[in-house]
Structure formats: C-alpha cells, structure tokens
Design a protein around this ligand. Sequence first.
Ligand SMILES: [Zn+2]
Length: 494
Amino acid sequence: MPLLDMTFVRIALLIAMMLLSGVTMAGSQSAYAPVEGLLSVVWGDAATPGRNAPIRAMLTDDEGRTRRIKVSDDLLNRGLLRWNGQRVRVYPRSGDTGDASDLDVGEVRAAAVQLVALTSTSTAVTGSQPWISILCKFADVAAEPKDLAFFEGMYANMPGGLDHFWRELSYDQIDVVGSTAVDWVTLPGNQADYAPTPGSGTDANLNQVFDDCTAAVDDIVDFSRGGEPFVGINIMLNEDLDCCAWGGNRYATLDGVAKNWRTTWNPPWSFRNEGIIAHEMGHGFGLHHANNFDDDGNPYDSPWDVMSAATAYGSVDETYGELGKHTNVWHKDILGWFPPTQRFEAQPDTIVTLELDALAAADAGHYRVAIVPVDADHLYSVEARQRVGLYDAELPGNAVIIHQVDMTRPEPAWAVDADVPPANYGDNPGTMWEPGETFIDPDNGLAIKVERETANGFVVTIGRPTIPQVFRDGFDEATASLRPGSKIISTDTH
Ligand SMILES: [Zn+2]
C-alpha cells in the first residue's frame, strides 16, 4: 500500500476512535451530572473500639442541600479525606435525583484548581476557637448525667481543662476562649427516633440530632456571637446514640451564619473521660485518626496520639477523668502551628543533624518538627517525645516517634514499628526509636538516626541520599548488613 494511503487509513481510524469516545463521554455526562459542593467528613468512635471506625462524608451543594456520600474503600484509597472542608466536584455513579438520598460517588475532585499539598496551611487552625456545649436529653430519658457546672468547667484554662489542653498542644497557637455551655434541654424525639438501635450500629441520624438540639436552645443561644460566631458545637447527650461518639463538621445556617460548624456528638461514656472529647474536637478541627503500624484496621492502638488511643497512657484528672495527650507532629503541622524556625524539611541529597524539642517540652529554641517528603501522597514525620508537660507525662517512655504518612488510607499517620510483625499495640520498643538506632527506608532512599537524648528532646540525623552516604552509620556497605542497633523497615509490605 502506498505511503499516503496508509497515512489516510491511520487518520480515518483516529477520527473514528475520537468520535466513538466522544459519544461515550457525552452519554455518561448527561446521565450522571457532577455535583459541586462543600465536603464534610465525620468520624465515628465506638465505646468499645472495634476493628474499623466508621467514616461518613457529606456534600452540601450551593442550594444548601446536604446529602451523604457513600464512603467506599475505593474512595478512601483514592484520598477522599484530603478534601475534607474543601469545595469539591463529585461524579455520581448513579443518577442524581436531586433529593436527599445518598450519592453513590465514583470520584471526587477539587472543584477549582486547588490541589491540597500534604503540608498545606489551608487547613490551618489558629487563634481563639470558641465552642459551645449543648446538653440535650432524649424525650423519653430523664437522666442528667453531669450538671452545667461540669460542662462549663471542662473549658477552663486550668490543668485538666480543654483551654489548657489545646494551648499546650498548639504552643498557644489556639485556645478555646469564649467557650461556654448551656443547661439541659429536651429534644422533641425519643432516643430510638434518633438511634434505632441504641448502643450499636452506625445509623444514628446525626443531622436530626444536630437540627433538633440547636433548635432547642435557639432562643437562649446566639450562635453568631454578634459577628464572631462559635467555631464549634459539642452536643452532649444523656444516653447512647448508635455505636459511637462522632466528631467532624456539619453544614448549617444558625442565627444567620451559614457555614461548616465543627461538631461533636457525645453519649455519656464520651464525656466521662475528657480525652474522648478532645479526640472528637480534634476531628472537628479536621484531624484524622492516627494509628500504629500493625495494619489491623483498628485505629486506636497508638498510645502516642490523642487521635488514636485517646486516653491510654494519659494523665488523670479527678473531675474529668483520663485526659488526652499530644497528637502527632504531622497533625500539628497541617494545623499550621509551627513557625518556619521550628520546622525542618529534609531536602534531597542532604544529610543533616538537628535537635528536636520534645512535643510537650518548653521551647528551647530548636526544631519541633522534621518532615521528610516522599511524593505527593507520602511523607515521614519525625518527633521527639518525653514524659513532660501535663498531657505527655504518662507516655510509655522517652523516644523519637516516626510517622509514615500515606494520604490514601483512612488513618494517614502510622507510627513506624521495626518489629516483624509489628506489635498489636504501639507501646513496644520497636515503635520507640532510641539513641543508636537508625530507621532506613531503602525503597524511598532515606534514613533517620537517633543520635542522643538531650534535656529537652533528641538529636537526630536525617539523610536523603546518595545512598552510600546515608547508610554510613547504620549500614555496612562491605557486608551489606545492618550494624548493631539498626532497624530496617521494608515498605513493600505496607
Ligand atoms: Zn475518632
């Protein structure tokens, strides 16, 4: 066949393929139009933590209609959580009828060119964060488990109070000044109207609880606070909901203010130990669950993080029970709590030795966070932990904790454990990186060595290689074996 004819055939084929694909795309778009709106995520936490923590996602469109998005593993694996609080465009897999039914979503994308980097400050939370606690009784349950003074005192700037807690965790970047509580009111519905199977299941009608509870106090609460609205609402209930306490965001218009309200829904077991309330407020601030390294689906087995095992290895207050502890340094970083002078980010082809002040220690003028970027979805964070301050005083010990952050799983930050297999609970030596030990991730070409403990934290060396340089202390190139005291992690299995 002459050359020209061959070219013609190829062009004709190409045009035919374009036409065919165009028809398909047009058909799919007309049947299932994308929907834009604000994405809100709510996390559930069971009284007796099971293997999986339920996650809900809601989309509020421009008409103010809020619908649930079915949260599939596939959506989570593709990074759904990164869009929490952002304007997104979702692509339903089935027809969007425009009513209040759930959206079965195949894909979520940013609505604008607004890609959120892992360390973006667009999720920053700084300044005063006034919350209000609303105490709501089910119509058929008379109990008032705690009195108003208890809930007012919970926000105090005193040891054990939430204002004191958030100040310590954030290095005074946030407080909860302006927070308050209002006394018990009665909901219009019975317990089973809001939670069909009290104490179990995941089907509590959180939106109805929110709507009825805020309506019940509407004539005594100005949610707009005269122009400086509350940021969040802690709903305190007098009996169980479903399985869980819940924390996240809820879009609503209250006293003329239309926005995403940071919201928590708390049964009595939740406010018996303040660490749980701190954990739910953390979800309200946009924080994910943290985790240990055992990949068992249970996100409550890292004792180093209020966003994992909220109360384990915590201090105890005689009024407010088990308190929370600090959260991992990556969480603090995305909330925008570190000035550049306290934030180290490892650059390619560098080996740097630096001192990290412990998360709960006083500022001694060193770094507080070290971030080792890997790619758009992955990084490592390095933090020093010591048994100091009020909230980290009862930790399992003093150690460097390394978190592997992966935005494509439900709990992005996992505390790296050198044990094989990883321990069931993250209070083990494998999770506590001590002087002389080196973490090596050969697949991503990085090494983190703990040099020594100081009065205020730890000195670490972070290398992003040239491989031979980085392995100089932990790895014997001649025999290709680890030196004593080194730990090696293969990322292949995770
Ligand atoms: Zn949670």
